[in-house]
Design a protein around this ligand. Structure first.
Ligand code: SF4
Ligand code: SF4
Length: 123
């Protein structure tokens, strides 16, 4: 049976080192959500990725995501795909150890429903 990892919203994955990559459409959505022009959004909330192939979300001095607000994501309705796909559609060995998502064995149709819901905006 497929295993769906049910996020417990502990926000650990918003705090550990890494980069949240941004596609162009995501920058447009995030900028609109913040009431900023894309240029303003890029200046305030993004940084060049180390491979210089695009932008990633800026980090706060402690290394947490610039949009982590207490225990909430300040851009939850439009958060980047990378955030919505974790931990079910991508993960790392370190993340597996740190993530507190609960493993749920579900049938295939329920798994597909849950994945689609997790990937959808404004959930
Ligand atoms: S995906 Fe895992 S680490 Fe991130 S908030 Fe959910 S339970 Fe916590
Ligand atoms: S955008 Fe939101 S969900 Fe994604 S890392 Fe930042 S705070 Fe976490």
């Amino acid at each position: 049976m497929p295993v769906f990892l049910e996020c417990q919203r502990c926000t650990a994955c918003c705090r550990w080192p890494g980069q949240v990559k941004l596609a162009d459409a995501e920058i447009s959505r995030l900028a609109a959500f913040k009431g900023l022009s894309e240029h303003e959004f890029i200046q305030q909330f993004t940084r060049l990725r180390p491979d210089r192939r695009g932008l990633a979300l800026e980090e706060k001095p402690g290394g947490e995501c610039v949009f982590l607000d207490g225990n909430d994501c300040a851009v939850q309705p439009v958060k980047p795909q990378q955030c919505r796909d974790f931990p079910n559609l991508w993960t790392t060995p370190e993340a597996v150890e740190r993530c507190r998502a609960i493993r749920r064995e579900v049938d295939e149709s329920e798994y597909q429903r849950l994945i689609a819901k997790a990937r959808t905006l404004s959930r």
